[in-house]
Design a protein around this ligand. Structure first.
Ligand SMILES: Nc1ncnc2c1ncn2[C@@H]1O[C@H](COP(=O)(O)OP(=O)(O)OP(=O)(O)O)[C@@H](O)[C@H]1O
Ligand SMILES: [Mg+2]
Length: 413
């Protein structure tokens, strides 16, 4: 749910983006469970963000928008920081203004403006599976980098009650990177906003079987799991708008804190990784994720208030550990939206590394416009633009996570 309308109003030149409610949609049907509200029809492609932003007269730099705490001006300047010296594949070229963009495809006539290249991408892209293969070729050209499968299933809860710090982006991209390298991965979308479902292009309109059915109705996990198109080994349990009521409904349910844990324990499918994308709160949904998981991954945005909420999160984790899940461990901290031009980002990084020590991954995710564009194509940045700094950094983060899991195996062997 996008809390402010301002971003949507300049971002979309027409209503009806992927999975977002369209009350006047002729295909809207009454909600199957409640009989009220509406369900949204099939996915409607939305224009490239960059294209919509170019066309928008309403956009002014610094204007706030939903889901994040940076401005349109930041996006433009973040693009400017991408220099030709950055690690990008040969398939990406620097234009006169220093921006990195995909090399024109063979069908594009010489001198085709960048905007037209973006349009052709929408119409002539190869199938999703080929995109995934291309992603691996770009990210790992020699094939030398492996992401070893863990000896036993790792259940990782991606949590931070602060909103817009990159939880969903992290869960989606690390899951895709691991799956592209042979791991069997499940993403559980535990946020009623359904952003992880959107990012993985998994249907999550009202009426679709979802994680709500597992939590409240006790449905088996396999009944609500969907394969992710184009990424072998990757599945997703979507979240629909029904989940918005679960926080309250759970209060009166038996074993309310361990509903997700029980569902996962009863699941016969052998996953290497299960990532649970949490909502920005410390309510019962997040508690369910913490009880189900062995590990917590905390994404921390490199911003001034970044550490303020983390203390509340760590005390909650300590509570869950002492009462409900003694093996829970904060295994991983990931710095996100790092802006190397600011001294503040360095200071936050230092603070976080001093506080969490070697739990902090060496890989740091930069603020990168490709990362924020990818969900509007219902893709991860790994497949949307594998040569971008955002994709490269998530690839490195996934590799570190896999290697740490392998070290645990060696230590236990
Ligand atoms: N590295 C990045 N560079 C640029 N934009 C980013 C980056 N990471 C995330 N974003 C954008 O920031 C916004 C917030 O990210 P995301 O949805 O992943 O955060 P979240 O913590 O899951 O939010 P919520 O608390 O609402 O669930 C999104 O619009 C996303 O596209
Ligand atoms: Mg999220």
């Amino acid at each position: 749910m996008h809390e402010s309308g301002s971003y949507d109003s300049y971002r979309l030149s027409q209503p009806g983006p992927n999975g977002w409610p369209v009350p006047s949609d002729p295909q809207a049907v009454p909600h199957p469970r409640t009989g009220t509200g509406f369900a949204v029809g099939p996915t409607i492609p939305i224009p490239a963000v960059s294209q919509a932003m170019d066309q928008s007269p309403a956009l002014s730099p610094g204007e706030p928008h939903s889901g994040g705490s940076y401005s349109a001006g930041d996006i433009a300047s973040a693009e400017e920081t991408v220099s030709a010296g950055d690690r990008v594949s040969a398939e990406y070229t620097a234009s006169a203004d220093g921006r990195m963009s995909p090399a024109p495809r063979p069908h594009a006539p010489a001198g085709t403006p960048e905007k037209e290249v973006v349009v052709s991408r929408e119409t002539e892209d190869p199938p999703l599976a080929q995109e995934a293969k291309r992603a691996v070729e770009i990210l790992n050209p020699s094939g030398e980098i492996t992401m070893p499968r863990p000896v036993r299933r790792r259940i990782i809860c991606v949590a931070n009650q602060k909103g817009g710090v990159g939880k969903t982006t992290t869960a989606v991209n690390i899951a895709v990177a691991l799956a592209l390298h042979g791991n069997r991965v499940l993403v559980i979308d535990l946020d009623p906003q359904g952003n992880a479902s959107t990012g993985l292009n998994v249907p999550h309109h009202a009426g679709v079987p979802d994680v709500y059915d597992c939590l409240i109705e006790g449905a088996p996990l396999v009944d609500v799991t969907q394969p992710v198109d184009g990424i072998p080994n990757l599945s997703c349990i979507p979240a629909t708008i029904d989940l918005a009521g679960a926080e309250i409904e759970l209060v009166s349910v038996v074993a309310r804190e361990s509903r997700l844990a029980r569902a996962i324990q009863a699941c016969p499918v052998e996953y290497d990784y299960i990532f649970v994308d949490c909502p920005p709160s410390l309510g019962l949904l997040t508690v369910n994720a913490l009880v189900a998981a062995q590990e917590v991954l905390i994404p921390i945005q490199c911003e001034y208030y970044a550490l303020e909420g983390v203390q509340a999160l760590t005390s909650n984790i300590a509570l869950v550990r002492s009462h409900l899940n003694p093996t829970l461990d904060i295994s991983t901290v990931l710095l996100t939206m790092y802006d190397r031009r600011t001294r503040l980002a360095d200071l936050v990084e230092q603070d976080v590394r001093n506080h969490f020590g070697d739990k902090v991954l060496n890989a740091v995710i930069p603020r990168n416009v490709r990362v924020s564009e990818a969900p509007s194509y219902s893709q991860s940045v790994m497949t949307y633009d594998p040569g971008s700094r955002g994709a490269m950094s998530y690839f490195e983060a996934a590799q570190e996570i896999a290697e740490r899991g392998a070290r645990v195996r060696e230590a236990g062997a």
